[in-house]
Design a protein around this ligand. Sequence first.
Ligand code: 8DG
Length: 135
Amino acid sequence: MTERIVVVGAALLSGGRLLAARRSAPPELAGRWELPGGKVEPGETPEHALVRELREELGVEAEPVERVPGEWPLTAPYVLRVWIARLLPGSGEPKPLEDHDELRWLAPDEVEDVAWLDHDVPAVKAALTAWGAGG
Ligand SMILES: Nc1nc2c([nH]c(=O)n2[C@H]2C[C@H](O)[C@@H](COP(=O)(O)OP(=O)(O)OP(=O)(O)O)O2)c(=O)[nH]1
């Protein structure tokens, strides 16, 4: 059995909105929206990967708040896990520095307005449920 590699996605929340990021590459994913994040590197915890990826991709300082229950298979060997995350006090606003060409803060009733990557649809739904449950 091939070992799984975890891709972490951040359901980054601020002011009651969820951040969605539009991928600029590779061509088969460009134009679709995702939760910002990326692959966990060897020896790294998923939480650390999340903080690192948000810093690299968006230029923000953020912290994971809680794991969203579940795990979503991507193209093997990758699997997606999601954390609710928030910006730390003093963090700058997210900017599309790497991998993305547009960012949107979505209110709960706008979350279905963007074309999420297919694999993200159930993950985003679970994140919304966790978000609602956490108040
Ligand atoms: N970051 C992220 N990747 C996702 C999501 N949904 C989904 O199918 N993927 C896929 C796209 C990519 O094939 C893979 C993650 O790749 P990535 O390009 O974001 O990871 P990375 O930043 O570590 O990339 P790299 O160092 O290999 O360039 O998972 C998602 O919500 N967030």
